[in-house]
Ligand binder design. Structure first.
Ligand code: MN
Length: 285
């Protein structure tokens, strides 16, 4: 199943180039008394509600996707976890380019571990991405994004894919410079998820997916998830040793080689096999 969030409220199921509005499913979510739950209530309830969502979709009107504004497919993630350099070729380019990449930030992921991005930085496929400091170099990073489906800790690598609710394209937009990663990557609109959540039964394995990113039609990033240094199960195992993972938590799996600067006015086009495409406008904030 491919599940989208409609900008302004509502949920849809994607079928080919149409969306079925299944927003009535939101009435079935538990109403929480304060302090409520942390994380995303719809993702948490997905295993229980999935049959009902598919039943609603059958009779729902067919709406062309082009006429729908898409928000992040995860509305309320408790945390955005991200892998730093996690492709060898990107590590190599970062080591060579000392002007752009701070020395402290180019070490292997097994040493550096993971970092967190602010959830307020999240936006969906309809964007736009707003460059907050256009005078500083701000790069695109395409990444496979993994959405956690249930609360877990200390997940074994061989069981890790069982905690996944789905996958989507992630963009980890980044200002280069000396500040902490969590600051440079957490500006509003600097975390993009979309265009929709694809469940594991629909996608199949997260290994061997081709990623591509163009800016103004010019190829920038071309890679394949088979070249991840730590693959999806290893990242989930690592993250869950340090953090309790909760429904709606997102893991950005790291970007491959070819990162490059964005300017106001640019058009960014990103695809990952089986997950669809993002077409984003870059604007000045
Ligand atoms: Mn990244």
């Amino acid at each position: 199943m491919r599940l989208c969030q409609i900008d302004g409220g509502g949920v849809g199921v994607i079928e080919g180039d149409v969306m079925r509005d299944v927003s009535s499913i939101l009435d079935r979510l538990p109403s929480h008394r304060y302090p409520g739950m942390r994380g995303d209530a719809l993702i948490a309830a997905l295993p229980d509600l999935r049959n009902e969502i598919e039943a609603i979709a059958i009779d729902a009107p067919r709406i062309p996707i082009g006429s729908v504004r898409l928000a992040s497919p995860v509305a309320n993630p408790g945390k955005l976890i991200a892998a730093p350099v996690n492709y060898q070729a990107h590590l190599d380019e970062a080591i060579e380019d000392t002007e752009t990449f701070s020395r402290a930030h180019v070490r292997r992921i097994e040493e550096t571990g993971l970092f967190l991005k602010a959830t307020s930085s999240l936006t969906g496929a309809s964007g736009p991405i707003r460059l907050a400091f256009p005078e500083r170099r701000t790069d695109h990073e395409i990444e496979l994004a993994v959405v956690i489906g249930r609360k877990c800790r200390d997940v074994a690598t061989h069981e890790a894919l069982s905690v996944v609710a789905g996958y989507c394209i992630g963009l980890d937009i980044t200002i280069r410079g000396p500040e902490e990663r969590s600051m440079r990557k957490s500006i509003d609109s600097y975390s993009v998820l979309g265009p929709w959540l694809v469940t594991p039964d629909e996608l199949g394995s997260p290994e061997g997916l081709a990623l591509s990113l163009n800016v103004n039609g010019e190829p920038r990033q071309r890679a394949n998830t088979r070249d991840l240094i730590l693959n999806v199960p290893s990242l989930i195992a690592m993250a869950s040793r340090w953090y309790t993972l909760e429904p709606g938590d997102v893991i950005f799996t790291g970007t491959p080689e070819g990162v490059g600067p964005l300017q106001p006015g640019d058009r960014l086009h990103a695809t990952i096999d089986g997950l669809g495409a993002l077409d984003m406008r870059i604007e000045a904030a």
